[in-house]
Design a protein around this ligand. Structure first.
Ligand code: AMP
Ligand code: MG
Length: 337
């Protein structure tokens, strides 16, 4: 099988930074780049030379705590033993995630992990499970089965959970305190697919963020001018593989079938000021598909939405239609919803 994980995403990260930085502040920023949570992160902070390093330490500590693939982490111990006493932070994030699983009607489900593993998305050793195995995996996926009593979590036999679809949004949320304690004036924190924009540019203009083009993830199909907040993008191109029969499978799974989503959606970008919400939403709206995602946005206009489908239609929520600019030569058809 051919691994199509596109490292061009890293280039997209750079493009985003190049695009957003120059007018952020007159002084030199502190910048740090490192790999955590299986992705390249680049943190840029103005007005506090130590904040980027403090953030990096916090990100790495959280990765050790939450990583489902690190046997020593709290999540891996819970998955291995079926029960664990968790730190306050991990228990609180699971609790918040379970509320979002409910609110998003199971399109976002933190118990999808056994299926993520079975398809090989954790190791890169990709495989297409049999229909029988997929039926067993689908039976195991059910966030209602997670028990959380104070800091004690428990899972039924065979169930496992992961917080990969919200961890970067959580990083965005906890960054506020780390940035404000040192008096940072402006920050662009690229956690890899989830970008936190903090503070204000001295010239008072909005931030401008490029959105990676799934057809060529090292470039962007357009950019959004926006105030401080969090932009989370879920894209099939971030991790996928093509099987011997030519079928491409992506890393975002439909919890009801345990299969990779194949509904014509290519990428979903959510902008709001709540990082965990943005991150859970981008994953869930991808799973829901175009029509349900548009209906969800109509019923919950507390976030901005950019959704691209494989017929070249680019759906923009009406609140940002005037703030989004298509890249020159990009042939997508913009539709305001
Ligand atoms: P994101 O990039 O935020 O959309 O998160 C995708 C990651 O979350 C995947 O790589 C999986 O590890 C996990 N995941 C996949 N599908 C789901 C789902 N429906 N609900 C929750 N997590 C998921
Ligand atoms: Mg997400």
């Amino acid at each position: 099988m051919r691994n199509l994980s596109l490292h061009g995403v890293l280039c997209a990260v750079l493009i985003i930074l190049i695009f957003t930085l120059p007018s952020c502040a007159a002084s030199e920023p502190s910048v740090t780049s490192f790999t955590a949570m299986d992705t390249l992160m680049t943190l840029t902070v103005y007005g506090d030379s130590k904040a980027a390093d403090r953030l990096e330490d916090r990100v790495k500590a959280l990765d050790e705590r939450l990583s489902a693939t690190d046997a020593k982490s709290e999540i891996a111990r819970l998955n291995a033993d079926g029960t664990a006493v968790l730190s306050d932070e991990t228990a609180a994030l699971i609790s918040r995630s379970l509320s979002l699983c409910e609110a998003l009607d199971g399109a976002f489900d933190i118990t999808v992990y056994p299926a993520v593993r079975a398809w090989g998305f954790t190791t890169g050793d990709y495989t297409v499970p049999s229909d029988e195995r997929l039926a067993e995996l689908a039976d195991l996926i059910d966030f209602h089965s997670v028990s959380l009593d104070g800091n004690t979590a428990a899972l039924p036999e065979g169930a496992m959970l992961e917080l990969g679809a919200v961890a970067k949004g959580y990083l965005a949320d906890i960054s506020d305190d780390i940035l404000s304690e040192g008096g940072a004036s402006c920050a662009i924190l690229n956690f890899g697919g989830t970008i936190k924009l903090y503070g204000s540019k001295p010239d008072g203009t909005p931030f401008r963020v490029g959105v990676a083009d799934p057809a060529s993830p090292s470039s962007y199909f357009g950019y959004l001018s926006c105030p401080p907040g969090v932009i989370a993008t879920s894209g099939g191109y971030e991790r996928c593989f093509t099987a011997d029969d030519g079928t491409t499978y992506i890393h975002i799974l439909d919890p009801s079938t345990a299969r990779p989503v194949d509904n014509g959606v290519l990428s979903v970008t959510v902008f709001t000021d709540d990082g965990v919400y943005a991150d859970a939403l981008s994953t869930a709206l991808f799973v829901m598909g175009r029509d349900a995602a548009i209906s969800y946005r109509a019923a919950h206009p507390d976030f901005s939405l950019i959704l691209l489908t494989d017929d070249g239609a680019l759906y923009l929520s009406d609140d940002i239609a005037a703030d989004f600019t298509l890249s020159p030569g990009c042939g997508y058809t913009v539709r305001t919803i």
